[in-house]
Ligand binder design. Sequence first.
Ligand SMILES: [Ca+2]
Ligand SMILES: [Ca+2]
Length: 913
Amino acid sequence: MVPFKMPILVLTLYLLQGTGASLIKLNGNGYENVVIAIDPNVPEDEKLIQQIEDMISEASTYLYRATEKRFYFESVSILIPKTWQPKSDYEKPKHETYKNADIIIEVPNSPGNDIPRIDQFGKCGERGERIYLTPRIIRGEMLNVFGPKGKVLVHEWAHFRWGVFEEYNEDNPFYQFDGKNVPVKCSEGITGTNKVYACSGGSCSIRDCWTDPKTGKLNKDCMFIPDKVQSEKASIMFMQSIDSVVEFCTEKNHNRFAPNLQNKMCYLKSTWEVIQDSEDYKKSTPMMAAEPPKSRFSLKQIGERILVLVIDTSRSMKVGNRLNRLRQASQFFLLQIIEKGSWTGIVTFDSSATIQSELIQIESDVQRKTLISRLPNVTVAGGGAHICSGLRTAFMVVKKKFLTDGSEMVLLTDGEDNTTNTCFEEVKQSGAIIHTIVLGPSTEKGLEKLSEMTGGMKTTATDNVQNNGLIDAFSALSSGNAAITQRSIKLESKGITLTNEGWMNGTVIIDSTVGKDTLFLVTWTAQQPEMFVTDPSGNIYKNFAVETSSQMAYLQIPNTAQVGIWTYSLKSSAQTLTLTVTSRAANPTVSPITVDSRMNKDTSRFPSPMIVYAEVRQGSLPIIGANVTALIESADGTVTLELLDNGAGADVFKNDGVYSRYFTAYKKNGRYSLKVRALGGTNTQRSRPKVNGAFYIPGWVENGEIKMNPPKPEISEDENQANMQSFSRTSSGGSFIVSNIPPTVPDVFPPNRIIDLEANVEDDHINLTWTAPGDDFDTGRAEEYIIKMSKDILTLRENFDAALQVNTTDLIPNDANAKEDFMFKPDFLIENGTTVFLAIKAVDKANLTSPISNIAQASLIIPSAEDPFSPSPEDPFSPSGTSISTIVLSVVGTVAAVAIIVSVTVCVMKKKR
Ligand SMILES: [Ca+2]
Ligand SMILES: [Ca+2]
């Protein structure tokens, strides 16, 4: 194994789990409960808090104006790290945690790399995950590059809240239009100049751009440099840094020809049109006042973790050996998952509740063992379950020492209680966070609600022991506020049912980012197996601690576990075995590789599809090239899906470390749970962070003079490319409920929308490439493709069927996610300086059609030619379907000596990040 070379990586809290759990509410016109968290690695600086408040107040004014007096920031909580000096005006957080924070203030991943960014996985109009800013941006030190911090936040907010995309294109900043190279911009009225800024040997110079005689394109390092003083007001999603820019592009001034992500993802719509389609817009009416109301702030400091296990011991918990499995899982939680320093108590309930343990602060294994000894016994099992009395008693336990605000209740139940709504108000008032773990098939809605209204996690475990669901659910309960280096990281979670005497063998990779506190946990259902673990040097470990009555055993590896491949061997009689391996970061200053996963929503009504997302990252750096598999379990069995980071189908960005896939393999109504496994091999790389956020302005034209900003810092190739290593991770992605599935499922799923269509002209042919969709979104094989072209971009979007059809008789679709490549000779002359637009749809066996793809553009430019083409005698693009005479791509007229140079621009972003 190639050892992981550690660059200077600044540690950031890395958080995905529980996202979608934002606490923001739009009340009238004001956004309430926005949570901004200062990462614990940000050096203590009290002034930063005031600067964050200033940023919000500024942003609120910009937002109000940009949205025609519709939206502003009403109330914001700022989460202050535990390590910062306490102050009397700091409150205790309630439901606000680092996990559900909307904006994180982080130290940049390499010094000087102060770039605002946003995690946005979804389609046009879908909310983003979270905004990241750095202290230097908040202090106004990046003013020349990104503009005022309040405007930066409005730009990021539009991504985050309304799912709009960038209107610039960093990789391809120019495109060809009307025979000219023009900058990608929105609106077109933005003025500036195109220049090259070249530095060598310590001196820099500004030069003119030049056109490549072969392609007709501008040279690669040509940049658009905006004028400092101008009057154009749009658009915020292009360059919010320009002083005059205070609006979004609208239908009127949107540049639909610019090949940027906004046009690609949003069907050429302007950002303002997308905002107008949002739920926020629809449920609000503009205000009258010239200025928005003032934003309110609360400062909340993270404190110690306070957690109570609230365990259902009612009669129904005897089914499927639930109570013993619960003992196993909660023992594992108390031994390994819950962090040192946490206060923990235990309450059990059936028709009434009992305190099993008051709050104990975990300082060493002594307290862990004490708590374990107080877990309910297998034989305890009373009458019906009363969840509300369990929760009330848990609140009481907390109140003896602390406020209930921000305390966590881990509610374990089979959900056989429909009276939980009787204590909703009390739960809300308590300020406590309720995590629910549901055993068995119950879909009682009250439980979801408890988690939802308090920002807690929702997990589920079936009675299928082999899937290890309950232990997975508990392992997901590491603190939402602890630094990632303190959290338990799951490397493996597996189960097997042996029908005869046999072995459960396998390997686990310990990579260099983990290895502290490594634990192997084994459970069984009948008889204790023989257990061996071997480290990479061949040393054998047999000294498992055995809990015979709980049918479990665990092995703790002392110090830091050796990097490499560990093997385990369990010899057993016929029964079900499970194996779980967890560890913690090896180095308190190096972020471990993490995998976080979730579905795009918590509930789905058939036939609405769902999407699985898994983020594989080290700190903020994406890990690409990993094998990522989702296991989606229901009472009816487990479906396995390979997740892809290919920028096609469900996956919006290629190589951003977010692996995605559609899930449509619905079987029965009920509760499903998600688990994701990620394996890193020799193809795995750490990639540069995805740039998705405000544009880095290269410089300004001021009084006719060009003033350049310092060039954008880059992470060196070295740090990215050389870092290959193997790792294994397993992540629990929570649970979701599906309803309305008919007894026999018809084909209602079309092929997915193609979002990576590219066009190239090669001699007299047009070459198209894209990623194949499947029969059902990104699974299976489509039946046929329909390709259309037009000189008018809107004809393709609005009237696809009527546009000129490309003959695709010989084009047979490949399996989903394969690369498609199709070359054809158009039956017409492409005039110099014109652009043709192309789009594609896929059709499945049930004759269901995908939405129209992104629109690719192909342009012909002959540099320095006056007008080598005469006009085409007839317009082949007329939708009347008249037969088209064959016109050869040729040079007409007197300038025959001019070489024909055919080039192409493409209406897609090349996502080489
Ligand atoms: Ca991706
Ligand atoms: Ca289908």
